[in-house]
Design a protein around this ligand. Structure first.
Ligand code: PLP
Length: 412
C-alpha cells in the first residue's frame, strides 16, 4: 500500500498536490513518501511473531541519506554492497552492529573500513575473499565477523539479470563442500568469527515457495555447519520480495515472514532479511513533463538515464497523469529523449495528458534514482521527500557545473 492517490481528480502524495512540487522543483523529479516508507518498515517488523529478527534495508535500492536516516530511526539495519554505501549508512547514523556487507568483489579498502567499524558481518562469497578478510583483520589485530553466502539452488526472481540463487550464478558459493570447507577454515582462524549463514535468491520474487525451500536449505546447512564448530547468531534470507508494478497480485511481507517462521520454527538464530524494493519501490514516483506528441508517442523529459529499469530489464511501470484521466483516453507509448531506441519508459498507457502536462511514473522508488547516470550529458534529477502536508528537496537537480566538475580542461 502507498500514499499516492487522487483527491478531487488531482494526484497527491500524502497531503501534497504533486502539481505544487512540479511548480517548485521542475521535472524530472523523484518524489518519495515518508509515510509509505515508514509503513513498509512497520509491516516487516510487526510481522514477526516468534523470532528475534533484524531488517537490514538494502541501500542499493534507494540510497538518499535523508531516506536512510528515516529508515535508521525506525530501528532497521542496513545491507550494503560497497564502501560508498557503507559510508552512506554510517553518515545516516547507522549502528555498525546492524550493518551487513554483501557483494562478490569487496576491495581491500572496503574490507578494511568494515573491519575498523566492526560491522555485524561480511557476507562472504568465495574462498579468496575469506583469506583476504582474515589477512586484513590480522594486520589490524581484530576479529572480523563473517557469514557464508551460499546458493540454495533455487530458481526465482523475474528477469534473468535479477536471479541470483542458482548454482553457477555469479553470487554466493554453490557447492556445499566448499561451504563446509570455508566454515572449517573460519573456525580455525584467530581473526575470523562465523556468525551466520546467508543467501539471496533474486529480486521481484512473487512465488513464496522459493523462500520456503530456501529457508529449509539454510536450516539443513546450518546444522551441518554447527556440527563443525559453535552456534550461529543469524540466518539471513536476503531480500527479493516482489511488488506490484502493474496491478500484479503480490505476496505481502506478512505472508513471507509467516512462511519463514514456520519453516525455521525450531531455530534459535535471529532471522535477518534484506528487503530493498518491497520497502522503497512504491514509496517513490518519477514526475515527468510531456514535451511533445508525435504519432502515438508522448515524448517526455525523463529518460533511461533517469530510470533505467525499462531499458535494462524490460521492466514495466504504470504511468498516471497528475490530472485524473477518464476511462476512454487513448493509449500511448511514453518515450524519453535519449538517443537510443531502447529509451521507452512504458507502453500502452491510457491518458488524456497533452504537451506541457505532467505524468507520474509509478513504483519508481527502488532502483530508480540510484541507477541514474549522466548519459547524453543529462543532469540527474532532483529528489523530494514528502512528509504529510510538507515537502523538502533532499537532492537538488544537477547543474552543468556538477556535470563537468571532475573534468580537467587541458586548455585552461
Ligand atoms: C545481497 C542482496 N540483498 C538484498 C537485495 C535487495 O533485493 P530487493 O530489492 O529485491 O529486496 C539485493 C538486491 O539485488 C541483494 O543483492
Amino acid at each position: 500500500m502507498d500514499y499516492f492517490a487522487y483527491k478531487n481528480k488531482k494526484l497527491y502524495c500524502e497531503d501534497v498536490n504533486l502539481q505544487e512540487i512540479v511548480e517548485e522543483c521542475g521535472t524530472p523529479t523523484y518524489v518519495y513518501s515518508k509515510k509509505t516508507l515508514e509503513r513498509h518498515v512497520d509491516v516487516y517488523k510487526n510481522a514477526f511473531k516468534s523470532h528475534k529478527n533484524l531488517i537490514c534495508f538494502s541501500v542499493k535500492s534507494l540510497s538518499n541519506i535523508s531516506i536512510l536516516e528515516l529508515i535508521n530511526k525506525k530501528g532497521c539495519g542496513f545491507d550494503v554492497v560497497s564502501g560508498g554505501e557503507l559510508k552512506r549508512a554510517l553518515h545516516a547514523g547507522a549502528d555498525p552492529k546492524k550493518i551487513i556487507f554483501s557483494g562478490v568483489g569487496k576491495s581491500h579498502d572496503e574490507i578494511l573500513m568494515g573491519i575498523k567499524y566492526e560491522i555485524l558481518s561480511f557476507n562472504i562469497e568465495s574462498e579468496s575473499e575469506i583469506k583476504r578478510i582474515e589477512e586484513i583483520a590480522s594486520s589490524e589485530n581484530k576479529v572480523a565477523n563473517v557469514a557464508i553466502r551460499f546458493n540454495p539452488e533455487v530458481d526465482s526472481g523475474g528477469h534473468e539479470y535479477i536471479k541470483t540463487g542458482r548454482k553457477g550464478d555469479k553470487f554466493g558459493i554453490s557447492s556445499e563442500e566448499s561451504v563446509l570447507k570455508i566454515a572449517k577454515y573460519i573456525y580455525k582462524s584467530n581473526h575470523l568469527k562465523l556468525v551466520g549463514l546467508a543467501c539471496h535468491i533474486g529480486s521481484q520474487i512473487l512465488d513464496l515457495q522459493s523462500y520456503k525451500l530456501t529457508a529449509k536449505n539454510i536450516k539443513d546447512l546450518s546444522f551441518k555447519i554447527k556440527d563443525l564448530g559453535n552456534e550461529l547468531d543469524f540466518l539471513d534470507l536476503g531480500g527479493g520480495l516482489g511488488i506490484p508494478y502493474e496491478q500484479d497480485d503480490t505476496p505481502s511481507p506478512q505472508d513471507l515472514i509467516s512462511i519463514i517462521e514456520e519453516e525455521l520454527k525450531d531455530m534459535e538464530e535471529r532471522i535477518i532479511l534484506e528487503p530493498g524494493r518491497s520497502i522503497s519501490g512504491n514509496a517513490g514516483i518519477l514526475l515527468t513533463k510531456v514535451e511533445y506528441i508525435k504519432d502515438n508517442f508522448l515524448i517526455v523529459d525523463a529518460a533511461m538515464n533517469d530510470l533505467l529499469r525499462p531499458a535494462l530489464y524490460k521492466a514495466k511501470h504504470d504511468v498516471w497523469s497528475l490530472k485524473e484521466d477518464d476511462s476512454n483516453s487513448k493509449a500511448w507509448i511514453i518515450a524519453g529523449p535519449v538517443c537510443e531506441s531502447s529509451d521507452i519508459i512504458a507502453k500502452d498507457i491510457h491518458t488524456n495528458a497533452g504537451e506541457g502536462d505532467t505524468l507520474a511514473i509509478k513504483t519508481a522508488g527502488a532502483y530508480g534514482f540510484v541507477m541514474s547516470s549522466n548519459y547524453n550529458s543529462r543532469m540527474r534529477s532532483a529528489e523530494v521527500l514528502v512528509d504529510g502536508k510538507e515537502f523538502n528537496i533532499v537532492r537538488t537537480r544537477e547543474t552543468f557545473e556538477d556535470l563537468i566538475k571532475n573534468e580537467i580542461d587541458l586548455n585552461d
